[in-house]
Design a protein around this ligand. Structure first.
Ligand code: BGC
Length: 732
């Protein structure tokens, strides 16, 4: 199917589904009756059996009531291979290879809600094929520190962008009768001391930065399950945090699905039950009867510590999710199942193409005209490395993963000479027992460049017309369970890039990484830089097509690339990874570009930055009115013209500044965006709507969001660092 057709179709479905999701969220009297009937027929033991795992990823069946075993599976960018029932080893199935999508930050870099919806659909179809009812993802936490090992699984440093992509992902997934599990609720921003760290953030930071993606997932996306974070928030574990769960998630947002633990994140029985936890998974006790929500829960009910009505409420939540995803209707349950279809692979390819960000392109080094060159050097460990099977819980047994070198060889091997050289070696070493004993350890750089390996790469670059270095990180660094220890490129890659750039003026650096790295030196010495991400099974094809101009890059950075680690707010305040088990988010709401802009800090590449092989011109910006009430919607419009000679996509970004405010507000905040594809010479009028309520800040005294009257500036921009036009409005 053509991209434009597919995109329109996905958007249409998306709009219709937005309505459906809300309807599903309303209390359905028939579902309620069915739940009550089932609960009435259950013994206490049967009820409790539905509230905890009976193995690593399954929940017990109650055959006499027609309740099958409930199947959960990781993860956010593909359905994970089958794991043994009672240990973490892979089961060794031969039919559990899956479609592998670009990971979280790559997903965000595409800035495309239509793609997000389709990704959800594909994941849903494959989960169904594998017999899964719940797919554990998406991960929607905010990127606070470049060092967080799980940044690659999450999305961006901006809550608005995360929310806008999370909603269609969930709707797409759940349209296939698979429940999403939005994770990790909440403030899960580091892996150091991940199971004990106690996070303190202001109410304002909580409401404006850390909660919005979860709120949107529940209220707009209709997410059916939510997974807790391992960490504590204000002294209480997130699994049993009364404020986060009872007050906000289930109270304010009206969530009536399943709130589950992360694997082995339960710490009590009564605490969990009274604070709203519905499902215990992954507890590290061999006998399932010993789990907090097994025999101890039965006893707590029997001795009056937990009212049976609380157990009924949890069971009701589990049954409600089962009913909404057809788990209790055997004929319908797996009707949306398919696996590894060409359409799925096409979606993985489109997602990969749209994620690639062109950071720099001096002298039009890119795109490479394959017909006009005789040779190309392909350099770097990441030119041949597959990444699908790394990173821990989100690892995928990909049906295939095309590496960059394979793609170049297959597509152009008969046209040009390909001179491959390793360049640098993946020599990370494991440091045992690090992170205060909270994780097994972490990987660190195993040393600099080997002279011989470097010389071979220099020679390959010298004798080639173009040199492409596939560098960056791998899942030794971007991984669950350990943070990175520094932001520099490991293994001497910075030196490699400098040396190659010296001998070849057409050097292209392709960064394969899922979190911010130090690009200061490469941005000075290399004429072209592309950010390629852990980009899924079609990564190599996408890179080859973008680098040779078959496809035009249209991704934009989902995080800021600053000059140094201590420029990032968490580090500037020395508030990472915390002290004595506590981390204070003293930077408050000034996370990511909100900080760099407000503090006027120079950066290497700003949030939202990304170039194209064509050029775009932004026309005059206007709003439908001048003066607005607090219930109004501001309709912003502007023209966008493709002024170059190639078809291309531009993510136009709308930022808003509050000019007069009684509290500190970020210099500007993202409030809208649109990814627009234009033919050469084509002009389109783009409209973006912003409800005035979106201009609010969280007032800690009144404990609610407040829009203060006065002037607001709307900026249309190509990135947080490249404002094209500004217009002012008044709110009365
Ligand atoms: C991770 C979760 C994951 C779960 C099951 C945990 O270690 O934090 O994200 O879904 O394991 O594999």
């Amino acid at each position: 199917m053509k991209k434009s057709v597919l995109f329109v179709a996905a958007t249409l479905v998306l709009n219709t589904l937005g309505m459906d999701a809300q309807q599903v969220n309303k209390k359905d009297p028939q579902v309620k009756k069915r739940i009550e009937k089932l609960i009435k027929r259950m013994t206490l033991e049967e009820k409790v059996s539905l509230l905890h795992g009976n193995s690593k990823f399954y929940v017990e069946a109650i055959p006499r009531l027609g309740i099958p075993e409930w199947a959960l599976s990781d993860g956010p960018h593909g359905v994970r291979a089958e794991i043994n029932r009672h240990d973490w080893a892979y089961a060794g199935w031969t039919n559990d290879s899956a479609t592998y999508f670009p990971t979280g930050t790559a997903f965000a870099a595409a800035w495309n809600p239509g793609l997000a919806y389709r990704r959800g659909e594909v994941l849903g179809e494959e989960a169904r094929f594998r017999g899964k009812d719940v797919l554990l993802g998406p991960g929607v936490n905010i990127i606070r520190s470049p060092l967080n090992g799980r940044n690659f699984e999450y999305m961006s440093e901006d809550p608005f962008l995360n929310a806008k992509l999370t909603v269609p992902y969930i709707q797409g997934l759940q349209s296939r009768d698979v429940a999403a599990s939005v994770k990790h609720y909440a403030l899960n921003n580091q892996e150091t001391e991940r199971t004990t760290i106690d996070v303190y953030a202001s109410e304002r930071a909580l409401r404006e930065i850390y909660l919005p993606p979860f709120k949107a997932a529940v209220e707009e996306g209709g997410a059916l399950t939510v997974m807790c974070a391992y960490n504590k928030f204000r002294g209480e574990f997130c699994s049993e945090n009364h404020y986060l769960v009872r007050d906000i998630l289930k109270g304010e947002w009206g969530f009536d699905g399943v709130y589950m633990t992360d694997w082995n994140a339960a710490h009590s029985t009564v605490g969990l039950a009274m604070n709203g936890l519905d499902l215990e998974m992954g507890t590290d006790k061999a006998d399932y009867n010993d789990w907090f929500y097994a025999k101890p829960l039965i006893e707590a009910v029997q001795n009056g510590e937990v009212p049976e009505s609380v157990v009924d409420e949890m069971v009701g939540n589990v049954l409600r999710v089962m009913i909404r995803t057809n788990v209790l209707d055997p004929k319908k349950r797996f009707s949306n199942a398919s696996m590894n279809t060409p359409e799925h692979q096409y979606e993985a390819y489109r997602s990969a193409v749209e994620a690639v960000v062109l950071l720099k392109n001096e002298n039009n080094v890119l795109p490479i005209n394959i017909d006009q060159i005789k040779s190309v050097a392909i350099i770097g460990d990441n030119a041949t490395r597959r990444h699908s099977d790394g990173g821990l819980s989100s690892e995928i047994k990909a049906l295939y993963e095309v590496t960059p070198l394979e793609a170049f060889q297959k597509k152009y091997g008969d046209k040009v000479e390909i001179n491959y050289a390793l360049g640098y070696e993946k020599l990370s070493t494991f440091v045992e027992g690090a992170n205060n004993g909270q994780s097994a350890g972490y990987f660190t750089d195993g040393g600099g460049l080997d002279e011989k390996v470097l010389d071979e790469a220099i020679e390959a670059a010298r004798k080639s017309d173009v040199a492409i270095i596939f560098c960056g990180l791998n899942h030794d660094y971007d991984t669950e369970s350990a943070d990175k220890q520094y932001m520099q490129l490991p293994y001497g890659q910075t030196e490699l890039i400098a040396e190659i750039s010296k001998v070849n003026p057409n050097t292209v650096v392709v960064v394969i990484a899922g979190s911010p790295v130090d690009l200061v030196a490469p941005s000075i010495c290399a004429p072209a830089i592309v950010w390629g991400w852990f980009n899924g099974m079609e990564a190599g094809n996408a890179f080859a097509d973008i680098l040779t101009g078959k496809e035009n890059p249209s991704g934009k950075m989902p995080f800021t690339l600053a000059y140094s680690l201590d420029q990032y707010p968490a580090h500037a305040f020395n508030n990472y990874p915390g002290r004595k088990g506590v981390v204070n988010y003293d930077e408050g709401i000034l996370v990511g570009y909100r900080w760099f802009d407000t503090k006027k800090q120079p950066v290497v590449y700003p949030f939202g930055h990304g170039l194209s092989y064509t050029t775009f011109e932004y026309g005059q910006l206007s709003t439908d009115k001048q003066v607005y009430g607090t219930d109004d919607v501001v309709k912003v419009s502007f023209t966008l013209t493709n002024t170059g000679s190639r078809q291309g996509g531009e993510v136009a970004q709308l930022y808003v500044s509050d000019v007069e405010s009684s509290v500190c507000r970020p210099s500007k905040e993202l409030k809208g965006f649109d990814k627009v594809f234009l033919e050469p010479g084509e002009t389109r009028t783009v409209e973006i709507s912003v409800p005035v309520s979106e201009l609010a800040f969280y007032d800690e005294t009144q404990r609610k969001f407040v829009v203060e009257p006065g002037e607001f500036q709307f900026h249309i921009a190509a990135s947080a660092g490249d404002i094209k036009n500004t217009v002012s409005i008044q709110v009365q």
